[in-house]
Design a protein around this ligand. Structure first.
Ligand code: A3P
Length: 308
């Protein structure tokens, strides 16, 4: 265990090579020894890569397009297994009575879900349950990725929104590149799943593909989940999953989190569903930072075939 002296260092530390909330240590063993069911679907990602978008798609396909059931908050339909570890800030503690058990006691909540469950996680490969890592159990895993510049910008605005970070975008970019934000280093997260993308139980998606051809991705996900969807069903689902519809859908738009944060004077105009664009980084990142990201990307993806 190596403690950091960074801005987030008060709350986070390195665990197995990953920068994590310190509170993760209290549940690490439980997740490591998790009884994994082959019936479940795990949606795994680095934060801010389109996780919520993917969760809503996967939950609906898995639950035979039950739009009525999808009115229940996504947090409860597709809980984040390690969420308990994230409830660590004083203001979040203060509001604990308003936070559902799916977050405050995520392990218990996930354990009690009916199968096939739709489990969300930002854990990197080497912090996943041993049963998955050792190939003892093979649940379906859908990994969603996004180009690192847009991911970083989205992460920055989200961190500001939840009052997790108080610095400039440039400072945040530096922490991102140095792997000193929760769930980083970014490439250590993405590449192990990219390497396993051809395994039968793993589907590797890119945010940019969802933006370019959402019906095509829905079709691929349905086939992966063993479900048959008609063209009409695919287009209806694509419409449900459009940025504008998701932005207005309180079951998925984290309205409650925004409201909760604004009590602590977070920017009133910020929103979880921010721009939903590819290449938005160009509007806010400096030329120099873009160059640094591109060089860093080139170094880490060399010979891997991964490209956004
Ligand atoms: P931006 O901040 O770039 O807008 P996550 O769910 O992993 O936290 O990712 C959040 C990002 O996904 C945000 O990106 C959010 O706007 C985007 N997003 C969520 N739903 C979307 C949708 N239906 N279409 C496009 N982008 C979406």
């Amino acid at each position: 265990l190596h403690e950091m002296d960074d801005i987030l260092g008060k709350w986070s530390c390195e665990i197995g090579g990953t920068y994590m909330p310190k509170t993760y240590l209290t549940i690490q063993n439980k997740i490591n020894n998790w009884k994994v069911s082959n019936e479940d679907v795990w949606i795994i990602s680095f934060p801010k890569t389109g996780t919520t978008w993917t969760q809503e798609m996967v939950w609906l396909i898995l639950n035979d397009l039950n739009y009525k059931g999808a009115r229940k908050n996504l947090l409860k339909r597709s809980p984040q297994i390690e969420a308990t570890a994230l409830v660590r800030y004083p203001h979040i503690k203060f509001f604990k009575p308003f936070i559902p058990q799916a977050i405050t006691d995520s392990l218990k909540y996930v354990k009690n879900l009916k199968h096939p469950a739709c489990i969300k996680s930002h854990l990197p490969w080497n912090l996943l349950p041993e049963a998955i890592q050792k190939d003892v159990q093979r649940p379906k895993i859908i990994y969603i990725s996004r180009n690192p510049k847009d991911t970083c910008v989205s992460y920055y605005y989200f961190s500001k929104l939840i009052k997790d970070f108080d610095g400039t975008l440039d400072e945040f970019c530096n922490l991102f590149l140095r792997g000193k934000i929760n769930y980083a280093p970014y490439w250590d997260h993405v590449l192990p799943f990219w390497k396993r993308r051809n395994e039968e139980n793993i589907l590797f998606l890119k945010y940019e593909e969802l933006k370019q051809d959402l019906p095509g991705v829905i079709d691929r996900v349905a086939i992966f989940l063993g479900k048959n969807l008609s063209q009409e069903q695919i287009y209806t689902l694509a419409d449900h999953l459009s940025f504008d519809n998701m932005k207005n859908n309180t079951a998925v738009n984290y309205d409650w989190l925004v409201k909760l944060s604004s009590k602590y004077k977070a920017d009133k105009n910020s929103s979880f569903m921010r721009t939903g664009k590819v290449g938005d980084y160009k509007n806010v990142m400096s030329e120099e930072m873009i160059e640094r990201f591109d060089k860093w990307t080139k170094e880490h993806t060399k010979g891997t075939g991964l490209d956004f």
